[in-house]
Design a binder for this molecule. Structure first.
Ligand code: BV8
Length: 313
């Protein structure tokens, strides 16, 4: 069974030369961003996973862009928490430390994590790229909204306009009653469980969505890796090079992830195969790497925003 003995962990961390971290949505939870699979995985009446696919985008690009415009807005409002900074500081003091993040929210980057030691497995909400087959256009884009038609009120779940027609006010009160705030709370995030949202906003017409300034015809899409899509080859290669260059791997930190998404989750076993001990930080004891934990490993239960700075100091 893993343990939570901080003294042995600290001693091992200090003596470790090759360290990986696998980060998930739980790392950003205390920055106010809902996780992917908890109740926070719901957006309006859609399961987030069902929207993060090429099929969903092809079927209704307006709806998918509303989903991503909302997440861009939330991520821009959010601030890196102490765990993001603690990981960036660890990278500064240990050049043999590499971070593999599944998160697309940009918070590790905003915590000044050294870019050469940060690998974005699933891309970024703030990259956009052209969907035209022959066009390679892409750019970083932090505009909010990215086009007027995606202004955040449209991306929010609007309740049926109240009898006095105060739809926006009703939306705000709806948000207030649901404890959803667009300005991230410092505490654990309000669940985005808005599954009782029945009347979806009309989708946004394709002509009003962001289009490619280069080829002039292609629709732009979020620069994230959707389910069923390959991870960026350059990212995979860089991580392979890091693993191959590691005679042994001493430690892998597994922070705020359900370890359900592959190939990201497989990096835990890759590290273990090179001798790594595993340290999990999660609020749910059951969410550990599928290969399980042994007495060589650690499980620190609690909010990553609180626990990570403690164990890395
Ligand atoms: C691939 C970007 C193959 C988008 C994401 C059928 C066809 C193809 C592939 C598959 C298939 N069936 C299965 C697969 C594999 C699939 C997969 O793994 N599916 C899962 C659902 C089983 N993988 C893929 O599709 C990948 N591609 O396999 O390609 C291929 C081969 C050849 C040719 C073509 C293709 C691509 C996967 C990438 C998907 N994109 N994100 C977007 O964000 O919109 S994944 C998405 O899930 C997010 O990135 C998220 O980070 C990630 C993982 O989830 P978590 O981060 O773990 O978040 P989650 O909510 O699950 O858990 C949160 C955890 O935090 C929990 O444990 C919770 O307890 C904890 N927590 C909560 N609060 C806190 C906390 N911990 C600490 N403190 C807190 N406060």
């Amino acid at each position: 069974m893993p343990h939570a003995d901080l003294e042995s962990f600290t001693a091992h961390l200090q003596s470790s030369r090759r360290i990986l971290a696998l980060l998930g949505a739980g790392l950003s939870a205390s920055s106010g961003l809902p996780t992917f699979r908890g109740a926070g995985g719901l957006w309006r009446s859609h399961d987030a996973i069902s929207l993060a696919t090429p099929e969903a985008f092809n079927a209704d690009p307006g709806l998918v862009w509303q989903f991503y415009s909302y997440r861009r807005h939330m991520a821009l409002l959010a601030k890196p928490n102490r765990a993001h900074y603690a990981l960036a500081e660890l990278a500064e003091r240990k050049e043999g430390f590499a971070t593999l993040t599944q998160n697309v929210d940009g918070l590790s980057q905003r915590a000044n994590h050294p870019p050469s030691q940060l690998h974005l497995l699933h891309g970024s909400l703030f990259d956009v790229k052209c969907t035209s087959f022959y066009c390679n256009y892409s750019r970083q884009d932090f505009s909010d909204p990215i086009v007027p038609a995606l202004d955040i009120p449209r991306g929010r779940p609007e309740p049926k306009p109240s009898s006095d027609g105060q739809g926006a006010a009703a939306a705000d009160s709806l948000y207030a009653t649901m404890g959803i705030s667009l300005t991230p709370s410092s505490s654990a995030p309000s669940e985005l469980d808005i599954s009782d949202e029945r009347n979806l906003l009309p989708s946004v017409h394709i002509r009003d969505l962001p289009h490619c300034p280069e080829c002039k015809t292609g629709l732009l899409r979020p620069g994230v890796v959707w389910f069923g899509e390959m991870l960026p080859q350059a990212t995979i290669d860089a991580i392979e090079d890091w693993i191959i260059a590691s005679p042994t791997i001493d430690l892998i930190l597994v922070i705020g992830t359900s370890s359900k998404v592959y190939p990201a989750a497989a990096y835990v076993d890759r590290a273990r195969a090179k001798g790594a001990r595993v340290a999990v930080v999660n609020v749910v004891r059951g969410d550990a790497p599928s290969s399980g934990l042994t007495e060589r490993d650690w499980f620190f239960e609690g909010d990553a925003g609180t626990v990570v700075p403690e164990i890395l100091k």
